[in-house]
Design a protein around this ligand. Structure first.
Ligand code: ZN
Ligand code: ZN
Length: 364
């Protein structure tokens, strides 16, 4: 864990304070773990941040008082033992009448508790610091790149680890163990191993199905390091001679992915970048088989802004963002192919942080 960088956190606090007027509030309550981690540096499992123009409070319980003081020195520690009177004291400790809350992260029970505790006006905010988190610092990029390197090394072993007779679950566990041994703190998400017809399910949960010669195999996984995530997918073929359909679909997905890695530039919007991959896939008659977006931001959350998708309004992509590029084609009954790299948006275009070769054939 790198030491606390006061200037960085002061700048982030300032950036949030500058948004308060736009949000129509004079205070904001940050309760989502990733948002409070980004804004304060605190990594514990329970805390709330309350930020106004002139106050920055972090409320947490006895388990975390020492940790919070060490990790989040830019925030004043408020000792909160989760009693109703602690809530009342916490919110009246600052001068604010309208307090923004994170509508996507707060539960109905928590909201009802707030309403009971004090008579503040609670303002529902769809996003708070998420748009600010999109552009990463050099340190954040370095951590994400290190998490991607662990994923690379584990993925590079699939060619020798995956054997007919082994179940999806067994392979998923071996890959998880490998990433932990390579230094991952934890998995960014549960390892996806989808074999044969299961490869037609983009987020298949690995089960008891046994790998067989002639299977297509999708492996999608990522290591997490210091709370930052990574994400990569490779598609394999178990056997020496795939049929023409495998190569047709594989090469189409690879060409679509390569088009994005080559032509995406900062300043383009998320929809235009999605189209770089979607257009050739649609032109080849597989538009309906590519049902998800092209990619997503990756950072403290595995899926975060920006979302590269045809389904949402386009927003400009800027240097410093980290995004996945992951076109896929899924054909029910046959299987599927997805290839995913994690990229850093630079001034010149996309720089891939994933380096594992794209060599699908696993001879057996
Ligand atoms: Zn993935
Ligand atoms: Zn992904």
């Amino acid at each position: 864990m790198t030491s606390h960088n006061n200037e960085l956190y002061q700048n982030r606090i300032m950036a949030v304070r500058q948004q308060l007027d736009t949000w129509g509030v004079d205070g904001v309550l940050i309760s989502s773990p990733s948002n409070r981690r980004w804004l304060s540096g605190f990594t514990g499992s329970n805390a709330k941040l309350l930020l106004t123009k002139d106050a920055a409070l972090l409320a947490t319980d006895f388990r975390y008082w020492e940790q919070a003081a060490a990790q989040a020195p830019d925030f004043t520690l408020f000792k909160h033992q989760r009693r109703a009177e602690d809530d009342a004291a916490f919110f009246t400790a600052v001068s604010a009448t309208h307090i923004g809350i994170e509508a996507n992260h707060i539960t109905l029970a928590e909201f009802e508790r707030l309403q009971k505790a004090t008579s503040h006006n609670w303002v529902s905010l769809a996003e708070t610091v998420e748009p600010l988190r999109q552009v990463k610092t050099a340190d954040e990029i370095a951590t994400i790149a290190a998490a991607a390197a662990i994923t690379d090394q584990a993925m590079a072993q699939v060619n020798t680890l995956a054997r007919p007779g082994m179940s999806e679950q067994e392979l998923a566990w071996i890959l998880e163990r490998t990433m932990r041994e390579l230094g991952a703190d934890e998995m960014a998400f549960a390892v996806i191993v989808a074999s044969g017809p299961n490869a037609a399910l983009p987020h298949h949960h690995p089960g008891e199905r046994v790998l067989q010669a002639g299977d297509t195999l999708i492996v999608d996984m990522g290591a997490a390091l210091h709370d930052y995530k990574s994400d990569m997918t490779r598609t394999f073929y178990l056997g020496n001679e795939p049929d023409t359909q495998f190569w047709t679909i594989y090469n189409l997905v690879l060409a679509a992915e390569t088009a994005v890695l080559t032509h995406a530039k900062p300043g383009m919007n998320t929809k235009e970048i999605d189209a770089l991959a979607r257009d050739p896939i649609t032109a080849a008659g597989h538009g309906d088989h590519f049902g998800h977006g092209l990619g997503h931001g990756v950072g403290l959350d595995i899926h975060e802004n920006p979302f590269l998708s045809h389904l949402y309004e386009g927003k400009p992509v800027t240097a410093g963002m980290t995004v996945t590029v992951e076109p896929g084609i899924y054909i029910p009954g046959w299987g599927g192919v997805r290839i995913e790299d994690l990229c850093h948006v630079t001034d010149n275009g996309l720089e891939s942080l994933s380096h594992c070769p794209k060599t699908p054939i696993i001879p057996c």
